[in-house]
Design a protein around this ligand. Structure first.
Ligand SMILES: [Zn+2]
Length: 132
């Protein structure tokens, strides 16, 4: 289990919930502007009362490039909530070290410690470069 105490975890969960709500509002705006009223209806359920279909999956079904970032954000949040549920939150998925409260405050959905994230980004940049 992560080296977070319960008050730190509380704080991060609150932050994740706020981010989640903000993102859902953003998506609603996006959909309202696009005139997809029937899609907006999909969003009008309370979080957590849906069946097996997650919001991110529902959104991923429509092909709107501008929603990509929001969908990715919702997926990150869902993944973070899942890790909290499983007691894996705050632990780096690569090296299993503690991610650290300071980093989680800045990036509550972080799933890697700074060292692994930087290594990852460097790899991605190099791969991106070689494709050019
Ligand atoms: Zn790590």
């Amino acid at each position: 289990m992560a080296a977070l105490d319960s008050s730190q975890l509380d704080l991060l969960v609150k932050k994740l919930n706020l981010d989640n709500q903000a993102l859902i509002l953003e998506v609603r705006d996006e959909l309202a502007n696009s005139g997809n009223q029937h899609r907006i209806d999909l969003l009008n359920h309370e979080p957590g009362d849906s069946g097996d279909e997650s919001l991110a999956n529902t959104l991923a079904d429509f092909n709107m490039a501008r929603l990509d970032r929001q969908v990715q954000g919702l997926r990150d949040l869902e993944a973070a909530f899942l890790r909290i549920k499983n007691g894996e939150y705050g632990v780096c998925v690569d090296c299993e070290d503690d991610i650290g409260f300071t980093r989680l405050q800045a990036y509550p959905t972080a799933k890697r410690c700074i060292a692994c994230q930087q290594r990852r980004e460097k790899q991605d940049a190099q791969e991106g470069h070689s494709r050019m």
